[in-house]
Write a protein that binds this ligand. Structure first.
Ligand code: ATP
Length: 227
């Protein structure tokens, strides 16, 4: 398979100035290839969330360079970044942020409306494709607030897939899950890298989970100590 760099961080530094200046990220450089399954680990306060926020293009206040799919984001406007984010990156957050009053199907389809690239019928059929791949197509017409935590997590993963992103970023995928559901999520991500050639980047406290991913990026006090 073609070895293609989909994300590259070059010498990223980040400081917060309030109330006193602290240097949170120091010279962080690494790259991810297509199909990589990578996790970011590190002690509390080591800078994991700060880094994920930068890599997801949501925080642009840093020094260094970030390239997504070969495009350097340094000079991009907020509007250009928003388009790139929708096209290239899928997000799975710890608290899912599903819309409770909407059906599972609608929740999964929602990010697709933003891109406006395909018809609603096609979007719906893609949503069913991912719900099926995740083993939850039977839940399609249920409301999001009728689901268990593990089911919600899978809906959030299907939603992250809907725009066929290159990279899926995930904050604490197993934070609220028991070990059985954590295993299911681990295997789903593995399947996404292997079958769909997606790149998975996961921030986690769960060292057992992390050690099973193909690559571990360890932060200590804002510096990479292991890739
Ligand atoms: N908005 C902010 N203003 C000032 N300091 C901040 C801000 N956000 C984070 N920090 C500080 O930056 C450091 C890194 O925080 P970050 O949330 O990235 O760590 P983390 O590794 O994700 O921690 P955890 O595992 O506890 O979630 C911490 O010392 C934190 O207090």
């Amino acid at each position: 398979m073609e070895d293609k760099t989909v994300l590259e961080a070059r010498s990223i530094y980040k400081s917060f100035k309030d109330p006193v200046k602290i240097d949170v990220l120091k010279n962080v450089s690494f790259s991810l290839q297509r199909g990589d399954y990578a996790s970011i680990i590190g002690r509390s306060g080591s800078g994991k969330s700060t880094l994920l926020y930068i890599l997801s293009t949501m925080d642009t206040d840093f020094t260094g360079e970030l390239l997504i799919d070969g495009v350097n984001l340094s000079q991009k406007s907020e509007k250009e970044l928003a388009v790139l984010r929708n096209e290239k990156i899928g997000f799975v957050f710890q608290f899912h942020y599903l819309l409770n009053e909407f059906s599972v199907l609608k929740n999964v389809m929602l990010p697709g409306f933003k891109l406006d690239k395909i018809s609603e019928e096609e979007l719906e059929s893609n949503a069913y494709k991912y719900l099926k791949a995740l083993g939850i197509e039977k839940l399609a017409l249920k409301k999001a607030n009728q689901l268990s935590g593990g089911e919600k997590q899978r809906v959030a993963i299907a939603r992250a897939m809907i725009n066929d992103p290159l990279i899926i970023m995930c904050d604490e995928p197993t934070g609220n899950l028991d070990s059985k559901n954590a295993d299911i999520v681990f295997n789903i991500f593995k399947e996404l890298t292997e079958t769909y050639n997606k790149t998975l980047l996961v921030v986690t406290h769960d060292l057992i989970f992390a050690e099973k991913t193909g690559r571990v990026i360890e932060l200590d006090d804002g510096k990479i100590v292991r890739v």
